[in-house]
Design a protein around this ligand. Structure first.
Ligand SMILES: Cc1cc2nc3c(=O)[nH]c(=O)nc-3n(C[C@H](O)[C@H](O)[C@H](O)COP(=O)(O)OP(=O)(O)OC[C@H]3O[C@@H](n4cnc5c(N)ncnc54)[C@H](O)[C@@H]3O)c2cc1C
Length: 497
């Protein structure tokens, strides 16, 4: 049986950053991930915003982490070789109720230490965002908000953790955890593992894993959401992240000008009750998005929608066991702050259960928090003096000058063969993505690493070629190449060569 000091369960943003933070110590560490890749859960279906910290309650751990994260995010991205757009955010109101909310967020943000917040008049809003509806009445500008590509960040953190000594075990769903005198024995992917300490970062399923060693105390009650992505043809319609504060009680629309030049709209809020990590969309939610988009940005070219996707919020609630009825009772109010759960009967077992927004913004901080807590629990850990926080950025030919690109093509002709015409991604970059330290194994894995297939045609022209490249580089038949999760083969039937 493989023995480790610490095992991290789950390779989403939290798991990857926790593993990276643990490599600052000298210990034997593994991350067990159920799927074939990192960042296939909540970390790939969210709003991609780096929040300034004006939205969170003063004095909370969430606020403290969020403000610090926003102020240092550009630095983290340059360390990890990840692209970041520090575009700022603008919360807009359409009447007295919204204006009151803006005023409250301004005061809250100031109390939290958010820098550069400014209340704007209607005219000031329209001067920086001319396509917002003329019915707008005021705005709250937060210059330190921004946007990132969540999986690009997660993959970079995972690769950095790997280079610093963490092991990654994919296709290793943890199905059993048993407390033993010197730690825990886990079964994952049909194999046994032993660890002195465990950090549970299993996203939507973190409550179930926690209950393998502890009585139910926190449960996740999921809620669905929907998003639209507009093609880069709509780029420039908005310049900042826009948070719409509606006059009637309820959720407003969020619009994000993404790092790749698309516009992301969403999420809707749909009661679901299902932990469906296939993230289906709902007609109701998508219609709600269209209706609000028309009110907030009337000229938003919805004919340029290229994709919709669903998301699931892992809402955490405390639960209590009623000895009379034998049923679990859920608190009325959900848990709003970040909590790293520990249980008396399960020493050195830490769980992040129901970490929602701003979990992406705070992934680095949450990882450090969990790693340092585990180090304190295990005691006597030595620092890893060889820890290197930097991760080389992958080659992105589009970012090079024409001359530098030509030089690359001379060195490796596959950089000159464009596979994804919408995004201008070459065969060489796709091959690189497959051979990276945590490389792509599926069509979507290639998409997450290179952007190939994420443009206007959504892979209509390039998917076949990407499958051929995956088949050739991984040495597996084209018929066995999956789009995404196991069971999502793109080509049916038998391979006749
Ligand atoms: C709709 C939505 C929008 C959001 N928008 C923002 C935003 O704009 N800004 C922001 O800061 N935050 C945002 N967040 C929060 C942020 O996306 C998450 O906090 C972040 O992605 C962290 O995810 P995670 O690592 O906890 O979970 P996941 O990414 O889901 O990772 C959990 C991993 O655990 C694996 N796993 C599950 N069970 C097992 C098992 N038994 N064994 C092994 N592995 C297992 C899964 O396969 C998965 O890879 C948003 C969240 C939601 C839901």
């Amino acid at each position: 049986m493989e023995k480790y000091d610490v095992i991290v369960i789950g390779g989403g943003l939290l798991g990857c950053f926790t593993a990276r933070a643990l490599t600052r110590y000298r210990l034997k560490l593994a991350l067990l991930e159920a799927r074939e890749d990192v960042c296939t859960g909540i970390s790939r279906a969210n709003t991609a915003i780096i929040y300034s910290g004006a939205d969170t309650k003063p004095g909370s751990l969430k606020s403290e982490m969020c403000v610090r994260s926003a102020q240092t995010f550009a630095n983290l991205c340059s360390q990890l070789g990840v692209r970041y757009s520090p575009c700022g955010s603008l919360m807009i109101s359409f009447g007295p109720r919204g204006e009151e909310v803006l005023g409250k967020k301004m005061a809250q943000g100031k109390a939290n230490g958010v820098r550069g917040l400014a209340l704007l008049s209607r005219e000031e809003v329209l001067s920086i965002e001319p396509n917002v509806s003329p019915a707008v009445t005021a705005g709250l500008f937060a210059p330190e908000a921004g946007t990132v590509i969540p999986w690009e960040l997660g993959i970079a953190a995972a690769e950095n953790a790997l280079h610093n000594g963490a092991e990654f075990q994919f296709n290793s769903a943890v199905t059993r955890i048993e407390k033993v005198p010197d730690g825990y024995v886990l079964e994952a992917g049909g194999r046994p593992f032993h660890a002195r300490g465990i950090i549970n970062c299993a996203g939507l399923y973190a409550d179930g894993l926690h209950e393998m060693v502890a009585k139910p105390s926190v449960r996740i009650y999921p809620e669905a959401g929907d998003y639209y992505i507009l093609d880069t043809k709509a780029s420039g319609v908005i310049r900042h992240i826009i948070f719409h504060e509606p006059e009637e009680k309820g959720k407003g629309l969020t619009l994000v000008p993404t790092v790749d030049g698309n516009i992301l709209l969403g999420p809707s809020k749909i009661p679901s009750g299902e932990k469906n990590d296939a993230f289906p969309t709902s007609k109701e939610g998508l219609e709600w998005l269209c209706g609000l988009a028309e009110q907030v940005i009337p000229s938003l070219p919805m004919e340029h929608v290229i994709r919709s996707f669903g998301a699931v919020r892992p809402n955490p609630f405390y639960v209590r066991h009623d000895p009379d009825t034998g049923l679990l009772h859920r608190d009325d109010k959900g848990i709003s702050d970040f909590i790293l759960h520990e249980t008396d009967g399960a020493p050195n077992f830490l769980s992040f259960i129901g970490i929602k927004t701003p979990g992406l913004t705070c992934a680095l901080e949450l990882g450090l928090y969990a790693a340092d807590r585990m180090a304190a629990l295990l005691g006597n850990l030595q620092p890893n003096d060889a820890f290197n926080p930097n991760n080389p950025a992958p080659l992105r030919l589009k970012e090079l000058s024409e001359e530098a690109r030509a030089q690359r093509v001379r060195e490796k002709p596959s950089y000159g063969r464009i596979v994804c015409r919408c995004r201008g991604i070459s065969e060489g970059e796709i091959i690189d993505s497959i051979h990276h330290s945590i490389g792509a194994k599926t069509v979507d894995g290639v998409k997450r690493r290179t952007g190939a297939g994420s443009g206007r045609c959504q892979g209509g022209f390039c998917t076949q070629r990407i499958i051929e490249i995956l088949s050739q580089e991984l040495g597996i038949p084209v018929c066995d190449i999956q789009k995404d999760r196991p069971g999502s083969k793109v080509i049916g039937g038998k391979d006749h060569g």
